[in-house]
Write a protein that binds this ligand. Sequence first.
Ligand SMILES: NC(=O)c1ccc[n+]([C@@H]2O[C@H](COP(=O)([O-])OP(=O)(O)OC[C@H]3O[C@@H](n4cnc5c(N)ncnc54)[C@H](O)[C@@H]3O)[C@@H](O)[C@H]2O)c1
Length: 260
Amino acid sequence: MTRTSVVTGAASGIGLTTTKLLESRGERVIGVDLHDADVVADLTTERGRTDMVERVRELSGGTLDALYAVAGLALPIPATVAVNYFGMVATLVGLRPLLLGSPAPRAVGVASMASLFPVDDELVANLTAGDEPAALARAEILAKEPETTGGLIYGSTKKAFAQWVRRAAATADWAGASIPLNAVAPGVIATPMTAGLMATDEARAALLRQVPMPLNGVAEPIVVARLLAWLGGVENTHLCGQVVFVDGGSDVVIRGDSTW
Ligand SMILES: NC(=O)c1ccc[n+]([C@@H]2O[C@H](COP(=O)([O-])OP(=O)(O)OC[C@H]3O[C@@H](n4cnc5c(N)ncnc54)[C@H](O)[C@@H]3O)[C@@H](O)[C@H]2O)c1
């Protein structure tokens, strides 16, 4: 049977590459994005999220085999909070019922190694509480200083999302429904998101000092797409709530023995 998946962020970068990879394997993908997608939806808004679920339900005929929540922003602005955390969780929770008719349902989202950087504890707490107005208000304050506190927004969203995956994965909704729920945490991937950060050799070197990648350096999006496709594929039967770092080694360099 042809597997049918949803990929958010399907118009660019990791989402686009994942879409092409799955399609090259004969799978059907329903792409979601702000533009150039089967379902055009803005995942920063409640309306956009609800419309996305309805449209995907119609296009899929009511059953999906895998969810790939990829869409995200890396800007020091409140919208990053809305799409990276609330948009991603709404995608996974909103579309989860469509997985229940699949013989091999899977779900995976994209976190980041940036979750290892300093975060804003208040923002993470707001996200964890699921309080979007409070999280947006906190992000407004952080965004006032884009070079300092604004830089905490992205990592905070990714840490809270990774923790959400770990908390949700073993519950009745996910593990109890035989749905492996996991995340990937990429290092620096060469996509439009990072192009500006690597525009010069100096900028690229500075980025890699911040994100050390001793194993093969900056990765192409296909590296992440292959891992996503495995996590969302039939071979993955027992990974539960794992945040898999695909980061050329930044996690082991930064965290060392503090995790195992
Ligand atoms: N590129 C990296 O180095 C890197 C590293 C770690 C994690 N990530 C994560 O990987 C994911 C994909 O990033 P990418 O590098 O492919 O970036 P990208 O900018 O190439 O693609 C992101 C896509 O998400 C879509 N998107 C943004 N806001 C949206 C919204 N409100 N509603 C719907 N779609 C929206 C964009 O239109 C775009 O097509 C993101 O979650 C990002 O945080 C990227």
